[in-house]
Write a protein that binds this ligand. Sequence first.
Ligand SMILES: [Zn+2]
Ligand SMILES: [Zn+2]
Length: 78
Amino acid sequence: MEVGGKLPDKAGAPFCKPCADDRKSVTAVKFCAVCKEWLCVSCTDYHRRLKATRTHTFLDKDLVAAVTQEENQENRFH
Ligand SMILES: [Zn+2]
Ligand SMILES: [Zn+2]
């Protein structure tokens, strides 16, 4: 396993999950709220076309960053 030393910033650019599984580092642009996965442009496009996943809701990267931060704050109180 290769470790570069630094993990990408949470608020920075996430990588597409399906592409990462394929050993490719592609910057994600959307987050699927159903799969809970990051998707790049082409994977988002594919996701929209597949019958099984076409109804899934996508969240914008900026929006997810904001939501994730809120969740983290909430979790501190539990
Ligand atoms: Zn999905
Ligand atoms: Zn992808």
